[in-house]
Unconditional design. Structure first.
Length: 317
């Protein structure tokens, strides 16, 4: 009797598991791997985007932060997965330069772009109590004391590190570069006095600047920003910086190269719809992120142009 009941229960369980298939209500779980830490710029943009995009996918997106090696840990993880569109790399600009920096043999050339979300203006920032009143005084001090002023970075290939290469190429100034695992922790290092200076995106530092906790000495741009109209562009200090501008971090969603084009196109359609949601566009505006919404050849052209400008700074040293 017990055996009979067990058999009936197994058959009932099998039937229950089959019902969703018969009704066509199965949902897939896509894995989204965020290559930077919680609370950082990449994380802040990816989580709401994926939330809006789920409404256009036949499934959900399971998000996971995977930090380390300037994003190389997450990049390698996604590359090691099958090219089936089930594992997405939610990343920033860093992989575009991995090979040139000796960080990884992988670059965005090994992935297909689902969508480029947006780009940002960044600036050189210090704590409110910093003795450096402007960018010129910072550079003068750095040149007088090479490798001494503490620059909070997100490691080799990260945003502050890369901007430091542009600064070095034009001015010759060098810093004592101290790595952190995200722009959020780099910002904290400046706020608590562990470091003297860092490079922040507007979305990461604007609130702190408006509250008087930090100061932007200059923007890495050739024009002022409406968000910080009193902060000069770096070209006011030296017009030679214009050779590398416009330049700024960007964000995108990627799949491993070799993914079926129909799968990639379906993902692009879903993410574009999520990207176009009015609430997400409002978020981008509030964070002062310039919307891109690029896919395919347009996205590839954008990444290649960004890489060319970055390589020029490295080769100028």
């Amino acid at each position: 009797m017990i055996i009979f009941i067990e058999v009936r229960m197994k058959r009932l369980l099998a039937l229950l598991l089959t019902i969703p298939l018969l009704l066509g209500c199965t949902k897939t779980a896509v894995n989204g791997i965020i290559q930077w830490g919680e609370g950082g710029g990449t994380d802040t943009l990816m989580r709401p985007l994926c939330s809006y995009t789920e409404g256009y996918l036949d499934g959900t997106i399971a998000l996971r932060n995977m930090t380390g090696g300037t994003g190389t840990v997450a990049t390698q993880y996604v590359y090691d997965k099958p090219a089936d569109g089930q594992t997405l790399l939610l990343g920033a600009e860093n992989p575009a330069m991995y090979d040139a920096l000796g960080l990884s043999v992988l670059t965005y050339a090994d992935f297909d772009c689902v969508i480029l979300i947006g780009s940002e203006t960044v600036g050189v920032t210090v704590a409110a109590s910093s003795p450096y009143e402007d960018f010129a005084s910072l550079i003068d001090a750095a040149k007088a004391n090479p490798d001494t002023i503490r620059l909070a970075t997100t490691a080799k290939g990260g945003l502050p590190w890369t901007v430091a290469r542009f600064i070095e190429a034009v001015t010759g100034a060098t810093f004592n570069e101290i790595p952190y695992d995200s722009d959020a922790t780099a910002r904290t290092a400046v706020l608590n006095g562990e470091c003297d200076v860092t490079v922040m995106k507007l979305q990461a530092g604007l609130d702190a600047a408006n509250e008087g906790a930090i100061r932007y000495l200059c923007l890495f741009s050739d024009a002022a920003s409406d968000a910080l109209p009193d902060v000069p562009p770096i070209t006011d200090y030296d017009p030679a910086f214009s050779a590398y501008l416009p330049w700024g971090p960007f964000y995108g969603v990627f799949v491993k190269k070799g993914t079926d084009p129909k799968t990639r196109e379906a993902l692009s359609d879903a993410f574009l719809n999520g990207f176009r949601e009015p609430a997400y566009q409002t978020l981008l505006s509030d964070l002062h992120v310039e919307p891109l919404g690029l896919c395919g050849d347009e996205a590839n052209a954008y990444i290649n142009a960004w890489r060319t400008a970055s390589l020029a700074a490295l080769n100028a040293q």
